[in-house]
Design a protein around this ligand. Structure first.
Ligand code: FPP
Length: 254
């Protein structure tokens, strides 16, 4: 969700107003994703780096915005069968923010229409390190042998990530023309398709998202395999993502 600051600066406004309009974009994009049947959407609202390196005043403003968002969106989440979850080290957040996060998660826990996940004080490297630490603790406690660790494979290790039921993202959208992963979902995004737009996040709207989905649907996803042009058969786990944008969200929510 890059470009909130640039959006505000271009209008001679304070950064906070950029973030406020960024929160409106979250609402707009979630609503649209739900309406077309996308099963999961994850917003990178605050990275571990943002949390540690931004001025305390900006971090406090972002957390206040988050708290307001969690309260103001509750009715809409419930009405639209949307489950709100988070990933990241939120235990460092002020108690009043944590309270609203826990309450929104609790109220929407049984909702199955879509998962709206917020990455909050989240870092992909930290998530992998935390997973390794949890794994090591189980080995030290004698619950898991070294041979079991060697044999668990990728799916086995996924159980130690923040949200083991999370589906690997199909599409990652970067706004404000940034071509980086910025420590986002490093494990899960191994084969994610990336789409970059120059739009600043507060300007990112439904037409831009539809364009991204259309582009995604025209791509061939080979996962390192080959596509047999002659027979039209796909090899191994290769698949064509093409078709309708609805295909993107066609998998069941776990
Ligand atoms: C990056 O753009 C954006 C952030 C660090 C914060 C994103 C937060 C929101 C969109 C709103 C608050 C979140 C919720 C869930 C209500 P930037 O500000 O660094 O932009 P710049 O690169 O143009 O300076």
């Amino acid at each position: 969700m890059d470009g909130n600051g640039r959006w505000a600066r271009a209008r001679g406004l304070q950064r906070l107003l950029g973030h406020e309009n960024g929160a409106i974009s979250i609402r707009r994009i979630s609503r649209f994703c739900r309406s077309i049947g996308i099963s999961e959407v994850t917003f990178y609202a605050l990275s571990t780096e943002n949390f540690a390196r931004r001025p305390k005043t900006e971090v406090s403003l972002l957390l206040r915005l988050l708290k307001d968002f969690l309260v103001s969106e509750r009715a809409e989440l419930l009405d639209n069968d949307i489950r709100l979850t988070h990933m990241g080290h939120v235990e460092k957040f002020p108690p009043e923010v944590l309270r609203e996060l826990e309450e929104t998660e609790r109220l929407t826990r049984e909702k199955r229409g879509m998962i709206l996940r917020l990455a909050l004080n989240y870092g992909g490297r930290q998530e992998i390190l935390d997973g390794i630490a949890a794994l090591a603790a189980e080995v030290a406690a004698g619950k898991l042998s070294a041979a079991e660790v060697r044999g668990m494979g990728e799916a086995g290790f996924q159980r130690y990530l923040y949200d083991p039921s999370m589906t690997d993202p199909d599409l990652l959208i970067r706004t404000a023309g940034e071509y980086r992963l910025s420590n986002f979902l490093l494990w899960q995004a191994s084969y994610t398709e990336i789409w970059v737009t120059k739009d600043l996040w507060p300007d990112f709207g439904v037409p831009a998202l539809q364009q991204a989905l259309k582009d995604y649907c025209s791509r061939e996803r080979k996962y390192g395999a080959i596509h047999d042009e002659a027979s039209g058969q796909e090899n191994g786990s290769a698949s064509r993502s093409g078709g309708t944008p609805e295909k993107l969200g066609s998998r069941p929510i776990r």
